[in-house]
Design a protein. Sequence first.
Length: 180
Amino acid sequence: FPVTIDNVDITGYNNAEIRILCSEDELVSIMSRVQKVLRDKRVRAETNRSCGVHVHLDQRTRDAALSYRALFNVQSLLRKSQSEARQSSSYCKPNKSATFKVTEDRNADERYSVINTHAYKKFKTLEVRIHEGTVNCFDLIKWCQFLTGVVNNANQITKPVTSVAELRTLTSSTFYRDWE
């Protein structure tokens, strides 16, 4: 079972960070099992405004520059889908450049952007950081499916997109069906 839980030391909270590593094909099955644990009354899982979800999108068999551009082009949709508190968080600031670049400087601004390119050098992933914390794994399944749909259709998302309806005209995919 590819799930790890680490305790995080923040005064006043009983914190845990949950990391799930799975393929796109395993997502629904694994997240459904995680949901059962989180719903258990003994666990009492909850989030607050300090929680965030980070999704790493594997780029080993994708063109990272093309994936980055597509994610950058739907960044306004990603941001609009989240609360105002998350949109203004210093840990997921809007990316400014449409050009994919990997920098050696771990303190560079892009590390705490909606699309973190720092993860690419170490893990060969692009990390999307904008989603607010949640214990609803079914929302996360939809979120992950949307993100993988974007990178899987990256060659069609070549300009900034501001609505799901506009995204529909650019792709023939149904990956966005739950976003309206």
